[in-house]
Design a protein around this ligand. Structure first.
Ligand SMILES: Nc1ncnc2c1ncn2[C@@H]1O[C@H](COP(=O)(O)OP(=O)(O)OP(=O)(O)O)[C@@H](O)[C@H]1O
Ligand SMILES: [Mg+2]
Length: 302
């Protein structure tokens, strides 16, 4: 991970600090330290995120879908060498789902620690995924953990101080259905990175990494297609439903498995909207770059 960061161009000063952090905080629960399959590409975001976590801040990553929020969060836990707990937030999540709850085992009441409790204990990275899906009241239990107090108050038990290496990285997506505004008290406990769309150069690297046998000329066309769609979205001609990097990668995977380019791009991109008229517009954008009849043999080196 550290050699990747060096390659990515992250400043030597930050890398030194990161190594010092790793030395100062001995490894724990190594089976929980992520070993990411994908790297996050984007030097500026990396530098901001590493600096914030080194300063002891908690991070909130906001941005559109498939901008790499979860990839970055996992990469960060790996770079800092900390065990990670991922909590998916939803409307019915309550304090006990975060901190823990009493259970009955062997004729006794026992406390079963939740993910936030274990983070606090082991100096872990808590990844609070889609944090704005939960009710704000449920999150009040996190307030003291997230600010200068750095303690977790467990009702009926002692206060647990957060281990020095513990950090929280929350993700949220403003547009998604079912999300709400984060209240100010919670938002004020994070520093916020607005995740940018991947740059053309980095998208090319990502595509090369994901589909190493895709021929270069097609790789470039698929990359351009993504930005064509982005321009159409910005111009208000199509909605953001079809602007989905995840969908593009899925479509490429399907092509690698033998689905022709037309249906694969329908499945990954065009059919994300149900509106026939919009589908037609999207198909035109796609057709300007990629013929719908391309087969695996034409697209990929054998
Ligand atoms: N800058 C980037 N570097 C590397 N991969 C990226 C980048 N941006 C997007 N991706 C790719 O986009 C896909 C989605 O990433 P991820 O799941 O982290 O997105 P997300 O922002 O959490 O999306 P959502 O808001 O829908 O949950 C992954 O395949 C990831 O590799
Ligand atoms: Mg996500």
């Amino acid at each position: 991970m550290l050699s990747f960061l060096k390659e990515e161009g992250v400043g030597p000063g930050l890398l030194e600090e990161l190594e010092r952090f790793r030395r100062d905080h001995p490894a724990e629960l190594t089976e929980r330290v992520p070993a990411p399959q994908f790297h996050y590409y984007g030097r500026e975001v990396w530098e901001q995120a590493v600096a914030a976590l080194l300063c002891g801040k908690n991070l909130l990553l906001t941005g559109g879908k498939a901008t790499g929020k979860n990839v970055l969060a996992e990469n960060l836990a790996a770079a800092f060498g900390r065990p990670a707990w991922n909590v998916s937030f939803h409307v019915n999540l309550d304090a006990s789902g975060l901190v823990g709850m009493d259970t009955f085992a062997d004729g006794q009441v026992r406390f079963r620690p939740g993910p936030i409790y274990r983070c606090a204990q082991h100096g872990g990275f808590g990844i609070l995924d889609e944090i704005n899906m939960a009710k704000n009241e449920a999150l009040a239990v996190l307030h003291a953990a997230l600010d200068f107090r750095r303690v977790l108050d467990v009702p009926g038990y002692d206060r647990l101080p957060m281990a020095p290496a513990a950090r929280f990285i929350a993700t949220m997506n403003y547009g998604y259905a079912g999300t709400r505004e984060l209240n100010e008290a919670l938002a004020s406990r994070f520093v916020v990175i607005q995740m940018p769309t991947i740059s053309p150069e980095n998208l090319d690297r990502l595509l090369e990494r994901c589909c190493p046998t895709l021929k270069k000329k097609y790789r470039q066309q698929f990359g351009q297609l993504f930005f064509d769609l982005q321009r159409k979205c910005e111009g208000g001609e199509i909605s953001t439903k079809a602007l989905d990097l995840r969908g593009l990668l899925d479509a490429l995977e399907l092509m690698g498995a033998g689905v022709p380019s037309g249906p694969a791009l329908d499945m990954g991109i065009t059919n994300k909207t149900a509106d026939r008229y919009e589908q037609g517009l999207i198909r035109d954008v796609v057709a300007a770059r990629i013929s719908p009849k391309l087969t695996r043999r034409e697209l990929f080196e054998s």
